[in-house]
Ligand binder design. Structure first.
Ligand code: MG
Length: 254
């Protein structure tokens, strides 16, 4: 069942979304060669405490991090640890915060130092694919209009769309109905209504779409070990336009 949020609930989700995004962008601004993902994780935990929010990923099915940090061929769910970021890496940070009873969920992928131009294009296209998807989150459209818009941008640029992981409804729970694939024909699935809140999150690969999970049980990597990018916003479906709930107070321009 897809939960339609009331105007008061949307007010609460705007607050939690802005806090979530502000923390993400502060953490992203620390990404640089020589920094470990554990340091990023500790910084996120500290910022969440300051905001009096709870990190949504910490302890989720036993996950040990406050963020997910996924480097290069790591698609999603990388566990923060002693790995040091190197010049030329791309680093995906995914962060969820519970505040006022509502979850915000947002992700960004940024370059550390100088990266391969093709990797820069992967980041740009993934961000464009996310926004193409968001532009379809309007009352009266069908859910898969979002999916198809994401896929068209990604594949139109010569990249591939991860199929094993999807976006999701979000609200009091981090994962609510519906699931939102990033591929598929338009015009399918539930009709969108204003007040639905969705986490749209394309994961786009430079090479093949196939992934595998490492022995740690969490870290997802590309099967061909080529890089992957991930961007995510929590949004509210609107009558005329979608509203992005996870815009930071000040954007880190990574
Ligand atoms: Mg998510």
């Amino acid at each position: 069942m897809i939960i339609i949020k009331t105007p008061d609930e949307l007010v609460a989700m705007r607050i939690s979304g802005k806090k979530t995004a502000t923390i993400l962008h502060k953490v992203a601004a620390k990404i640089a060669p020589g920094v470990t993902t554990k340091e990023l994780d500790e910084y996120a935990a500290e910022l969440a405490r300051e905001q009096e929010g709870r990190c949504a990923f910490f302890g989720f099915h036993g996950f040990s991090g406050h963020i997910c940090a996924s480097i290069n061929e790591e698609v999603v769910h990388g566990i923060p640890g002693p790995r040091m970021i190197r010049n030329g890496d791309i680093v995906g940070i995914d962060f969820g915060l519970v505040y006022g009873g509502f979850v915000g969920d947002t992700a960004i992928t940024v370059a550390a130092g100088e990266i391969d131009p093709e990797w820069t294009r992967l980041l740009d296209v993934t961000k464009q694919a996310l926004h193409a998807g968001i532009s379809k989150a309007i009352e009266g459209n069908r859910l898969s209009d979002i999916s198809n818009a994401v896929q068209s941008v990604a594949e139109g640029a010569g990249f591939s769309v991860v199929r094993d992981f999807v976006g999701h409804g979000i609200g009091r729970e981090m994962h609510e109905d519906p699931q939102i694939p990033n591929y598929g024909p338009a015009g399918r699935g539930p009709v969108l209504k204003a007040g639905m809140t969705l986490a749209i999150e394309p994961m786009i690969n430079l090479g093949v779409h196939k992934t595998k999970t490492l022995k740690d049980g969490w870290t997802v990597i590309t099967k061909d070990h080529l890089p992957s990018a991930h961007f995510e916003h929590t949004i509210a479906v609107g009558k005329e336009t979608a509203e992005i709930l996870t815009l930071p107070e000040q954007a880190f321009d990574g």
